[in-house]
Design a protein around this ligand. Structure first.
Ligand code: ASP
Ligand code: ASP
Length: 341
């Protein structure tokens, strides 16, 4: 794939892409174009293999800094969030607007006819007839897949319960690629609520395509789900589990922190027992002798698991991570609407 040949003269898309990506590899260009033709929905990270993941990141690189485009002019993105969100909702909106498109926000579900007893299926069917692409967040696992069957337009999963959050994963991968120089040969630690954190589930599955070692750090009740560990074993991914960050912090290239998600616990007492189970702070990093190059990530929002004395250290990449949501979502929206950045 590294040979240098001119892009095909007959392909405007090839030329545009080649210029924006600054690459001269026709195979890659063709692959990206084919990918963009094929992408119909973004529901689960499991629907992407290594090449598929990398091609989205390439597209995001091309999208970087595309702030005044009319590429998606005349298109409407529908945002239907039945769970709170700041970053995902706003960065989807910003990505669409910066590409010249419009946003239709479903708004607070308590002001919709869901409140009158309308079914979610009827609501999705109606809402999707008002837009060209939609993104949905819902507390129940599997709702995004269901929406994709009902909607008749491309659907993007913005988080379904404790299951998947694929667009977060793309921006997580993009952040790791940019800040660590690649996605292979890394020791990646996940800490906190590994049981309910959809961002951990999606990211660990994505990293299984790369040559990394994964470390899961959590109290017993918040351990990563069995299905995920089995999947990693099947793919022969090297992983280990720990109860305490002190056991492993000095080894890591990336530490991915997560909030203990109060809203997902069926048992209040169980939440109370683990809610303050860890706190990453500057003094802990110093005591553990972490690598100078360690990158600390967090999907946000944080509560008290990540001290703000880390914010101004070179370890902190979580606000950069949140910003990376824009080029990633620009890339996905363009691909789903069959437009090439
Ligand atoms: N739900 C979180 C937030 O909106 C993270 C995200 O998905 O962006 O802040
Ligand atoms: N923002 C992430 C999510 O929506 C993580 C979180 O909410 O803690 O899954």
């Amino acid at each position: 794939m590294n040979h240098v040949v001119p892009a095909p003269a007959q392909s405007t898309v090839g030329r545009k892409l080649r210029t924006s990506l600054n690459i001269y590899d026709t195979e890659l260009i063709d692959f990206l174009f084919i990918m963009s033709k094929k992408l119909e929905n973004v529901i689960s990270i499991r629907d992407f293999d290594r090449d598929g993941l990398l091609s989205i990141l390439e597209m995001a690189r091309a999208a970087e800094g595309t702030n005044n485009s009319d590429l998606l002019k005349g298109h409407v993105l529908g945002i239907m969030f039945i769970e709170p969100s700041t970053r995902t909702r706003l960065s989807f909106g910003a990505a669409m607007v910066r590409l010249g498109g419009e946003v239709l926000d479903f708004g607070d579900p308590s002001r919709s006819s869901l409140q009158k007893g309308e079914s979610l299926a009827d609501t999705i069917k109606t809402f999707s007839s008002y837009c060209d692409v939609m993104t949905i967040r819902h507390p129940l696992e599997g709702v995004a897949r269901l929406a994709a069957q009902i909607a008749g337009i491309p659907v993007i999963n913005a988080g379904d319960g404790a299951n998947q959050h694929p667009t977060q994963t793309f921006l997580d991968l993009y952040t790791i690629q940019k800040t660590c120089g690649g996605l292979d040969n890394l020791k990646v630690g996940f800490i906190g609520d590994l049981r309910y954190s959809r961002t951990v589930h999606s990211l660990a599955e994505a990293l299984s395509w790369f040559d990394d070692e994964l470390y899961f750090i959590s109290p017993e009740v918040l351990k990563a789900p069995g299905y995920l560990l089995e999947e990693l074993e099947e793919k022969e991914v090297a992983y280990d589990q720990f109860n305490s960050p002190e056991d492993v912090l000095s080894e890591l290239d990336v530490l991915y922190c997560t909030r203990i998600q109060e809203e997902r616990f069926a048992d209040r007492l169980e939440y109370e027992q683990v809610k303050s189970c860890y706190r990453i702070r500057k003094s802990l990093l110093e005591e553990c002798g972490v690598k100078q190059s360690l990158k600390i990530m967090h999907p946000l929002p944080r509560v008290d698991e990540l001290a703000d004395d880390i914010d101004n250290t070179p370890y902190a990449v979580y606000f950069q991570q949140a910003r990376n949501g824009i080029p990633i979502r620009q890339a996905l929206l363009s691909m789903l609407l069959q437009k090439n950045i």
